[in-house]
Write a protein that binds this ligand. Structure first.
Ligand code: ATP
Length: 664
């Protein structure tokens, strides 16, 4: 036996005999306790040269099968983790609850040495088989542990540094361990933080998969964290009873045990009915809605996902059974998706929605253009919620609101100590957080030029190198960007890279400003209904509606929503009139034409904002439309213009079809 091994064996024996650990820290005490177990209880020889214990291939298969759900999800996370740590001589391993190594991602530099100690599929890494070690000791302690070099019990394992975290199922049962082991001489706290994050991701995804045929409430106290690693998730039955909850859900609700929540009705936990929650989620196009927890009144933001349909149509059965939802949601032939809920007949919005639907499952970057408040983020969320990534993270980053010096680390992440002030555990950047989901880059026009180059490289190569690392991590991200800037102008001024511009716009969708939306009457009514949902319906009188329709709305839908919200809050009766408008909106009304029918002698209200030439064009076009009984294809043909050009003309000239006519 080599000298170092003899010394290690002697040290282990003397520590165990004197019950005196290698140091006085909690970790050292835990290591001593483990050494005592190994010698006294398992009767292991710290200097053993016996071959590592390995189960038969048939048994390995059987064990892998038993943990198939976890394995399938873990594979993706193991690959991510491996790529974050690759180059530093690490292997990532998954064991079952008996410590049998099921899956292994190894750094080539390490794999050869590792197989000699038994770091290979089928090997048993329980404490009983391998003495104190990351996987085995983690299984024993049921919490994340590091075991660094000569803290190992067997002398042959003292070259290893291990960081391991336990994986629990939704009932709190330990199902396995995720471990990163390597030959690094550095302490493992940073690696342990990464391993623990991966475990949380695995637990969340397994949960979402296992309860995919039930309703799932996903929440966090910050809306932007819904859909990410730290969200809480609660599975609900068709009647709104809690079936299961993730660890993070219990943590956020301040509960210690699942029994405090499982079997309870959602209304006992939050101040909202189940059907109300589903309704508002759908109405807000899967944008998290605020809910309040009953015990302490804490505010959360939540989204409810409906069951994924099975071949037997279990989804449809659920909807049919739901109290309150059933009546409103009589199964339509083509169920309305989150995208459909954003438009009410405006031709440009209809085209946008149709185009977005066509590329839902295709790897095409989407660029959303539009003035502030036109609903770009809402549209991006609806795209995400409509596709197969709906259960994956939606990560939004506003390039204009974070300091230039921090955008890079926000996006690409950093390792511990990468810069002054960096968290000691490092951070997974937004790009990695969004992996397998959607990344929404808002205000992309404000991204610093230097970073644009890095972003472009990431898009071309579909991989990212976290700050402070040298190893790329593969990315699978749906990218949606948005801006209100004139990007071609920025390109001309050298402030935006042309190559990135073309890369970002697989398709470009321009959201119309509110003042140009042909469906703004319906949108106003829809928003008024949403804003008054909690305290009873309101009615908007015709003149108020006309006045609202003719405002300029520099802040677009956001401004409209805020105005309606305050009018509804301050109302004296449930019938809102122009008298309920704040003064700054009323000044505009004097110059507006009266509502049709109020003053038959006056010009059409729609003409008041047009110049003489436009008014003439409008009248001429109306005549052609009437001649063709509003058949737009016929009109387009007669005028020799495309239907799209005709739509734009109708919008510009503020022409709407008569109430009951169908555009065809
Ligand atoms: N189609 C819509 N239906 C209902 N509400 C909408 C719609 N579009 C936008 N809104 C509302 O308008 C507000 C602004 O939407 P959003 O934040 O998505 O706009 P934006 O264009 O991304 O704004 P900014 O450019 O300032 O980031 C939100 O509160 C949203 O509720």
């Amino acid at each position: 036996m080599p000298n170092f091994a003899v010394e290690h064996v002697n040290r282990v024996r003397s520590v165990v005999q004197s019950r005196n650990g290698p140091g006085r820290s909690a970790t050292a005490n835990r290591i001593t306790q483990s050494w005592i177990r190994c010698l006294d209880e398992y009767r292991l020889d710290p200097g053993t040269c016996a071959e590592p214990e390995v189960v038969s291939p048939a048994e390995l298969c059987e064990r892998q099968e038993r943990l198939a759900d976890v394995q399938a999800v873990a594979k993706v996370e193991m690959a991510n983790l491996y790529q974050q740590l690759a180059g530093s001589g690490y292997a990532i391993m998954l064991t079952d609850r008996e410590g049998v190594l099921l899956n292994y991602f190894g750094d080539p530099a390490f794999t050869h040495a590792a197989s000699k100690t038994g770091l290979m599929p089928g090997a048993v890494w329980s404490e009983r088989a391998q003495g104190t070690n990351g996987m085995g000791t983690c299984l024993f302690e049921r919490r994340p542990v590091t075991v660094h070099q000569d803290e190992h019990y067997l002398s042959r394992n003292t070259g290893l540094s291990c960081a391991a975290a336990p994986i629990f199922d939704h009932e709190g049962d330990l199902v396995g361990v995720l471990d990163a082991s390597g030959e690094s001489r550095l302490a493992q706290q940073h690696t342990l933080a990464l391993v623990s994050m991966s475990v949380q991701m695995i637990e969340n995804r397994v949960f979402l998969h296992q309860f995919r045929h039930d309703f799932i409430l996903r929440f966090h106290n910050r809306p932007e964290f819904v859909g990410t690693l730290s969200e809480g998730a609660i599975a609900l039955s068709v009647t709104g009873k809690v079936l299961a909850a993730t660890r993070s859900a219990l943590f956020q609700l301040g509960l210690n045990d699942r029994s405090e929540i499982v079997g309870r009705d959602i209304t006992e936990l939050f101040n909202i009915t189940f059907s109300g929650l589903i309704d508002s989620t759908v109405r807000k196009a899967f944008h998290p809605v605020p809910i309040f927890e009953i015990r302490n009144g804490a505010r959360f933001f939540a989204v409810v996902y409906q069951p994924v349909a099975t071949s037997g149509g279990r989804h449809a059965a659920h909807i049919g059974l739901l109290p309150g939802v059933a009546a409103k949601e009589t199964p339509p032939p083509q169920p309305e998706g989150p995208l459909d809920k954003l438009q009410f007949g405006d031709p440009l919005m209809t085209v946008n929605v149709e185009k977005a639907k066509r590329v839902l499952e295709r790897n095409v970057a989407i660029m959303l253009l539009g003035e502030t408040g036109t609903g770009k983020e809402m549209f991006a969320r609806a795209i995400h919620a409509s596709g197969s990534r709906a259960n994956r993270p939606f990560v939004a980053i506003n390039c204009a609101s974070i300091p230039e010096s921090l955008i890079e680390s926000e996006l690409f992440g950093y390792r511990s100590g990468a810069f002054t002030g960096a968290s000691k555990d490092g951070q997974r950047g937004k790009l990695l957080q969004a992996n397998s989901g959607t990344l929404f880059l808002d205000e992309i026009g404000d991204m610093p030029v230097a970073l644009q180059a890095r972003l472009l490289r990431m898009l071309e190569e579909r991989e990212v190198i976290p700050l402070g690392s040298e190893t790329p991590v593969k990315l699978d991200i749906r990218l949606i960007s948005a801006t209100h800037c004139d990007l071609p102008k920025k390109i001309g001024m050298g402030e935006f890279r042309e190559d990135l511009y073309y890369r970002l716009q697989g398709i470009t969708l321009t959201l119309p400003p509110l003042r140009e939306r042909a469906d703004r009457g319906a949108l106003i009514r829809h928003l008024a209904a949403e804003e008054s949902a909690e305290d009873g319906p309101v009615e908007l009188d015709a003149r108020l509606l006309a006045v609202l329709e003719q405002q300029r709305w520099p802040g677009n839908v956001r401004q409209l929503r805020h105005l309606l919200r305050s009018m509804i809050a301050l109302r004296e009766t449930d019938r809102l009139t122009v008298r309920d408008l704040p003064p700054e909106y009323q000044t505009d009304t004097a110059s507006l034409a009266p509502v049709a029918g109020e003053d038959p002698a006056g010009d059409s209200p729609c003409e008041t904002s047009l110049n003489t030439l436009e008014s003439a064009e409008r009248r001429a076009l109306l005549q052609v439309l009437q001649r063709h009984e509003w058949n737009l294809s016929g009109v387009a043909r007669e005028l020799d213009i495309s239907r799209n050009t005709l739509y734009r003309k109708l919008q510009r000239l503020n022409i709407k079809p008569p109430e009951k006519s169908l555009i065809h």
